[in-house]
Design a protein around this ligand. Structure first.
Ligand SMILES: *[C@@H]1O[C@H](CO)[C@@H](O)[C@H](O)[C@H]1NC(C)=O
Ligand SMILES: *[C@@H]1O[C@H](CO)[C@@H](O)[C@H](O)[C@H]1NC(C)=O
Ligand SMILES: *[C@@H]1O[C@H](CO)[C@@H](O)[C@H](O)[C@H]1NC(C)=O
Ligand SMILES: *[C@@H]1O[C@H](CO)[C@@H](O)[C@H](O)[C@H]1NC(C)=O
Length: 575
């Protein structure tokens, strides 16, 4: 079955195209054994797809039920190309029609086109006889024209390329009676026939049925009895001794075992419905002298639920920006189950309590879709567990976990911890002294959450705020730039802005009130009479004035400053 000269001869010349416009499906017909890289057809043109968008839409060829990627798509030309060896015999054995099913998958939106590739037979197998030589024993009394059945030869190919005829080497005693058709180009196999001449044997073994049918569950263990065939021969002794056997070489002979004496057919290999769902074999019954008759044995395999569904993650958006709108498709999931009928019906689900759901899409595809607004600041990672369960009994299931991260969007402005801030400072402070600090928090990620503080420009008493205060951009600590004087002003307000480093940045403002407290830094001043004068001064002091006040004019400052030009008043003088 290897690639042959013939395969190369066929080349592209045999490729032709049948287009079915229905539902965007497309069919091609190709010979088997095309070289890798050969072009099957231009699928983009055949389906009317935009060539420029194939790449963006992640166009690819998917296969169902097989892991072999027989075909691929060239994203720049839109050509469907052969990627793996396509051997018709390996794919379809003796089936008259061999169709390879592929799917073209496009995303955004998800789109699926079925591709049927009819694989045509080429004559790459030679006929083979079961054995190198046949032994026939013929009675001496055999009349001219007596017929003796020979075992068939077997050919992996089909139709014209299967066995077309037999011929016998030139001889004086026998001739072959077969129909010979011409096949092109022909291949042949040979067998040597030994003829022994013997005593009379009148009766041929006769099978009890011409067709035996049996049904067998897959995975039946070795030695399971499938059916017993029987043939009767009316002759006696060795003439009537029947031997059963398979009639030609094929893979089936390795899977079933036919007891030559008892006619019991037993399991001799692994039975897998997914590989082969029925077997058809020719069996023979021969008597001691080689007279034979034939019957057909058909074994239908019944499916067991022995394949769990398999979940494939075909595409995923990860990380997902937190601002995607609900209903956004973030992943494509494909589920396959190799079993048949109910055993391959699969239900797919994800866990509750996540803002995602599975939406059944085309065929066995599902879209993973967001159901609500994502917020990275609340939940930044999701482990989505997809479970698939088939409808067999008992059902089989499997699951797959997808880790999804939520990517940050700069959607939070910095927020100050306080509504407003107050700073208290005593006058005559040192320039550069710390007044207070402001703090704003921003839960966004990295630079989107990095807070930078700055003073909003403005004026205090006609001078720019920056000449009074400064704020450390990183820490939010506010420093005095100069020394304040209570006697000049007692409080002022500034606005501090916190801005994040996103692009565009978000910000918020807060008011910082600075209160300056008085320090006893001014001596009392005698206003009248002028301190220059030396004479005793006369002042009217109310009668109720505290006695303690008499004598020294002092301020209420803690230090009890006195003016150096002390004024002494005599209480008695006022009276
Ligand atoms: C696609 O086709 C172009 C033109 O024939 C060729 O140059 C290119 O190598 C092909 N790409 C692939 C991935 O085969
Ligand atoms: C998701 O699974 C991974 C690996 O098991 C684990 O490290 C991580 O903490 C899980 N995350 C969440 C959000 O459950
Ligand atoms: C910050 O937010 C912008 C969108 O607002 C986003 O594009 C960027 O990736 C974010 N940065 C990080 C470090 O997450
Ligand atoms: C902060 O104040 C500035 C100047 O008054 C103004 O332009 C800006 O919009 C304010 N920002 C916020 C978040 O209030």
């Amino acid at each position: 079955m290897g690639p042959t000269r013939f395969a190369l001869l066929c080349g592209l010349a045999f490729v032709f195209l049948v287009l079915h416009p229905v539902y965007g499906d497309v069919s091609y017909s190709i010979p088997e054994e095309m070289k890798r890289g050969s072009v099957i057809g231009n699928i983009a043109r055949n389906l009317g797809l935009d060539l420029g968008r194939l790449s963006v839409r992640k166009a690819r060829i998917d296969t169902e039920d097989t892991n072999v990627q027989y075909c691929g798509i060239n994203l720049s030309t839109g050509d469907l190309i052969v990627q793996e060896r396509i051997d018709r015999e390996g794919l379809c054995a003796k089936k008259a029609s061999c169709v390879l099913k592929q799917e073209l998958v496009l995303e955004n939106p998800l789109e699926l086109h079925r591709i049927s590739i009819r694989v045509q037979d080429i004559n790459d197998n030679s006929p083979q006889f079961k054995e190198d030589s046949l032994k026939i024993e013929i009675h001496e009394s055999a009349v001219k024209g007596a017929r003796f059945l020979l075992d068939e030869a077997h050919d992996g190919d089909i139709g014209e390329n299967a066995v077309q005829g037999y011929s016998l080497q030139q001889n004086d005693h026998f001739k072959l009676n077969v129909n010979t058709k011409a096949g092109s180009p022909q291949r042949s196999g040979t067998v040597l026939i030994h003829v022994s001449v013997l005593d009379a044997n009148d009766n041929v073994p006769v099978f009890s049925q011409t067709v035996y049918k049996a049904s067998l569950p897959e995975n039946s263990p070795l030695d399971t009895l499938v059916i017993t065939v029987s043939a009767a021969d009316a002759d006696e002794g060795m003439y009537g001794e029947v031997t059963y056997g398979f009639d030609h070489v094929s893979d089936e002979n390795q899977i079933f075992f036919l007891d030559s004496k008892t006619g019991e057919v037993k399991v001799g290999g692994s039975i897998d419905y997914e590989k082969e769902s029925s077997y058809e074999m020719q069996i023979s019954a021969k008597d001691g002298l080689g007279l034979a008759s034939y019957a057909t044995l058909i074994i239908e395999i019944t499916d067991m639920n022995d394949n769990a569904p398999v979940i494939y993650l075909k595409s995923v958006t990860n990380p997902i920006p937190e601002n995607v709108s609900p209903g956004t498709e973030v992943g494509i999931i494909n589920v396959q189950d190799r079993d048949s009928e109910n055993n391959r019906q699969v239900r797919c689900s994800i866990q509750q309590n996540v803002p995602f759901k599975l939406v059944p899409s085309i065929k066995n595809y599902y879209s993973l879709v967001t159901t609500g607004q994502l917020d990275r600041e609340l939940v930044s990672d999701y482990n989505i567990t997809i479970s698939a369960t088939d409808e067999g009994s008992p059902p089989l299931s499997s699951s797959k976990t997808v880790q999804l991260s939520v990517a940050d969007i700069n959607d939070n402005p910095p927020v100050f911890e306080e509504q407003s801030y107050s700073a208290y400072v005593t006058e005559n402070n040192k320039p550069g002294s710390t007044l207070c600090s402001v703090t704003a928090r921003d839960p966004d990620w990295r630079q989107n959450g990095t807070v930078i503080y700055s003073l909003l420009s403005g004026e205090v008493n006609g001078a720019p705020v920056s000449s009074y205060l400064s704020v450390n951009g990183d820490t939010g600590v506010i420093h005095a730039v100069r020394s304040f004087d209570y006697e000049q002003f007692r409080s002022f307000k500034v606005h501090v802005m916190a801005r994040d480093n996103g692009s565009p940045p978000l910000s918020s403002n807060v008011t910082v009130s600075v209160f300056i407290s008085d320090v006893n830094d001014n001596s009392p001043q005698i206003l009248y009479p002028a301190p220059e004068g030396n004479s005793f001064m006369t002042e009217l002091v109310p009668k109720a004035a505290h006695g303690g006040l008499s004598g020294v004019q002092s301020d209420s400052g803690g230090r009890g400053l006195r003016t150096e030009r002390l004024a002494v008043l005599s209480y008695s003088e006022i009276h």
